[in-house]
Write a protein that binds this ligand. Sequence first.
Ligand code: ADP
Length: 888
Amino acid sequence: MAESVELPSRLGILPFRNKVLLPGAIIRIRCTSPSSVKLVEQELWQREEKGLIGILPVRDAAETTTVGTVLSQGVGSDSGERSSRIQVGNSDPQKADGKNQQEVIHWHTRGVAARALHLSRGVEKPSGRVTYIVVLEGLCRFNVQELSTRGTYYTARISPLEMTKADMEQVEQDPDFITLSRQFKATAMELISVLEQKQKTGGRTKVLLETVPVHKLADIFVASFEISFEEQLSMLDSVDLKVRLSKATELVDRHLQSIRVAEKITQKVEGQLSKSQKEFLLRQQMRAIKEELGDNDDDEDDVATLERKMQSAGMPSTIWKHAQRELRRLKKMQPQQPGYNSSRVYLELLADLPWQKTSEELELDLKAAKEQLDSDHYGLVKVKQRIIEYLAVRKLKPDARGPVLCFVGPPGVGKTSLASSIATALGRKFIRISLGGVKDEADIRGHRRTYIGSMPGRLIDGLKRIGVCNPVMLLDEIDKTGSDVRGDPASALLEVLDPEQNKTFNDHYLNVPFDLSRVVFVATANRVQPIPPPLLDRMEVIELPGYTPEEKLKIAMGHLLPRVLEQHGLNSEFLQIPEAMVKLVIQRYTREAGVRNLERNLAALARAAAVRVAEQEQAVPLSREVHRFASPLVENRLADGAEVEMEVIPMDVNNHEISNTFKIASPLIVDEAMLEKVLGPPRFDDTEAAERVATPGVSVGLVWTTFGGEVQFVEATAMVGKGELHLTGQLGDVIKESAQIALTWVRARATDLRLAAAEEINLLEGRDIHIHFPAGAVPKDGPSAGVTLVTALVSLFSQKRVRADTAMTGEMTLRGLILPVGGIKDKILAAHRCGIKRVILPERNLKDLVEVPPPVLGSLEILLAKRMEDVLEQAFEGGCPWRQHSKL
Ligand code: ADP
């Protein structure tokens, strides 16, 4: 900043409209008008560093009506100096170029001399007009003596206004000035500190305060504020230093205050914002904590709801008292307290249990019930008859304590569906409780509530789910419960099934008696033997044997097929399975006593058909596409709405063709090829037995499993060894002993049977015998394989094959007597299924043949044996050739 400036007596003048340039201020302007361009060119550009111009504020003449140029008196002049009004022509310097519009210009009488800190000259394209960008620095004030024009721009004769050095020194001694300048500096300092704090700028401005004379500082500070034109003019007019300082102090102070107010407001707003934000955060946290603790207000409502539910549950009065005690305890507890939750879950159970709620019992119509049973099940005449009897008794005496029905039979024979038919006939809800694999008494009776994770037993849980206290409850697979260290589920079941005891069934979890006497119990089992006798004693066993292939065919055609088609969304328009094909499925793909696999295979065929139908449906949109091109009408419809629900069939399109595209061409008729494609190659055929017995040492037995009767092959072979007997095929003790007996018997009869040349020859001399029961992974036990074992051994030693069409069953004593065995009906059915033509049975089993369906019996040759020799006689082709030599 220049310390002192030598002002010339005349200065080129650049008018500043409504704007003041104060000494010390720096401004960047762009000069485009010819007059200012000329001024800059001649006064600054050409003179380079020596060039000075005068900046003179002019006031807009909006209010003035006088035409001409007015040099106005300084506003707020402090010194009483006179300013003159000078007429200086009639054109506005800014608009002098080409515009004759006359305007009054109020020239201020004081201006500021300025020099160019930076000059840049540019040429506008395409006009070629020269423009300047000038950075000007205000230097010192001057007074205008006379304003005149030079060429296109104004010039003024001027006189300097700033004090001389001597004057300055004199003023600096003035105590007023000293006070004023101190005051100004203090205020300015304060402002700088505030600004520095705000903008974090360095202390460059503070240095200014130390080095620059105070009167110049006043101008510099004020120049940086945004103040009104009037205030700017008044600052310009403050030639007197004291006046200037006090004015500047006032302005700086004002600026400071305004900054402070603004800051306060911001702080306040910020404070408010953060306060509300903080509150929000805290509230969120509080809610999360409450939720975590389970301590929300909803609990109150929950307990109230629970209480209401309990009131309407219809508990007996003693139980209601117990429940209320528990509820009172719950109310006293905090939700976060241990035990609160278990107490609540317990009360929920009490409230949910159907203490009184029953499903409305319809007036039992026996005829309708019979029809229902007949329509649901084919055959089973005796079983259905027994059910009707059972229902009849219930009709006459609704609270009759008749025995519990227990359906016994292989899987898939209709035990469950019969039980559900009973429920339908009685108009009650049906619930199935699976007892398969239940070994823990707690599964039936529940765990005491003292245990963590304790819960009610399956019966109480089932009643809660079904929501009525008089359903038909199926205790499924009651023979599969076992007892171990965890108690005996069967004894718990005893209580359930005993009409005397089940009025007050005590579930350990529930801890209050529940009346089960209105439940109708039905049980199912695969076998009778594993059911503990006391339990069996409370039930009436109804046996359901397996079905013959003919019965299966009827069931398949009459019941399974329609149901399967319906389940897959098909009907006979889409899929037809001819009877011959169902027969093939029964023969080649299923060899079970029940019909579950048969149903599964039919479902596989239906699925395959469903895929085809679904694919054809997909083809439909494609045909629409074709019509779109053929018919503009359809095209329009399709274009209008993306979703065209209705098909538009225009008159000119062949209707017949279209209807064909929507129709499945023809129903899918299942043939043998499709059977193989869908179900795979046949799993069973009648040649199996012939193939298996093709070598000596193999015999065909009939056994009984949980899946009903089955054909079981027994294989025996001999090899070099020390006379040992090896047995494989997961055999139980009884069957192992049977094998031992069989071998002993054969060895004892070796000469009679012509297996050895002389009595003293040891049949096992130098060889071991190995007997294997194929399907080695399936555990086998039971005495009924005795005759089969002997036959296999005789076949092995004699190297004679047994008849492939003959199967046998029977227990043999050590002396060769044949004892009767169980499961004759199932075994004969199995033999029939497997294409066996002759069956050898113990003579004493003759009575069991009445159970066998006559068609099956008619298709088989039944051979009764009293002794082992009788069996051997029938088992080998051409009889037993050694018999006549036997001394037995
Ligand atoms: P289980 O309980 O004996 O194992 P399900 O009762 O579940 O067997 O029966 C299996 C399927 O066979 C069911 O779909 C059932 O309807 C059907 N079914 C069994 N026997 C017959 C029958 N005699 N008449 C009609 N459908 C039967």
